[in-house]
Design a protein around this ligand. Sequence first.
Ligand code: PMV
Length: 321
Amino acid sequence: MQTATAIAHPNIALVKYWGKRSVALNLPAVPSLSITLDSFRTRTQVVWGVDADAVHVDGSPAPAAFAKRVTDFLDLMSPNRPGCMVLTENNFPSGAGLASSASGFAALAVAANRAAGRHDDRTALSIMARRGSGSACRSLFGGFSEWKLGSRPDGSDSHAVPVASPNYWAVAMVVAVVTERAKAVGSTEGMERSRTTSPFYPSWVETTPGDVEKAREAVYERDLEALGQVMERSTLKMHGVMMSSDPPLLYWLPGTLAVLHEVGDLRRQGIGAWATMDAGPQVKVLCMHQDAERVVEAIKPHVRRIHVLRPGPGAFIDDEE
Ligand code: PMV
């Protein structure tokens, strides 16, 4: 019996991933680029070699669907594995609109790998985490990271790579929680619906690699305006694809739009702030850390909760047990 514990942080895509070229392997139709955040984290302990599988979330037995996702992932990782106990906890509210599946599968991949006595490198762990949830592959790296599209059919070249370290640039993500209601349509189902029905999907796939190029250059140059512009364009394009799917995927609420307009007003007042949204109504605002309070003040009237987060580290083994 071996035990290992890992910590991973969620990440927010600046240039988005939406659409799969393989559902079975979780291979993306587009590359993407993200920031891994600090403060919010998943901590996961894996005990390798117990009588029967058991999965606990925040101290209670996990719901069946969640437990199955975890044990299926362990089966993928190690088809002849022994029974495993997985204890996982998030220090952030599940309604925060921060994909806990990204930090969750990154932490699980790192902890299970170590508990199994393996020492896979970060690239192999990123590929493994991708199988659990696509965006999880980016949480293996801290700061800014890019998920390479890859071209091999087996997915062995579709993983994240580091772009810039957490302290490279003093930016912040202001996370505006518009509602705590659970999302209506999950990402895999939504992506397949967009791929098969949205008339805009082909141009989304065609133009996103260029957006990643621009975003990567903007990070290298520390050019917030260039990064913010390409980031907003990517999210609005993605939501255009979502809204034009059949039936439509309309994730926005009135509060979403109110925050978007406040962010536009802030820019007109000279504050560098740009917005991004995922498969839900929450808005995340990218700005310099010193401007975060101004952003908070402006959007506060429209939202339920606000978190100010900074770039954080990639997933790691937690030795403090
Ligand atoms: O990794 P998934 O299946 O949770 O998909 C994430 C999709 C978006 O959050 C909408 C975009 C992204 O790149 O994270």
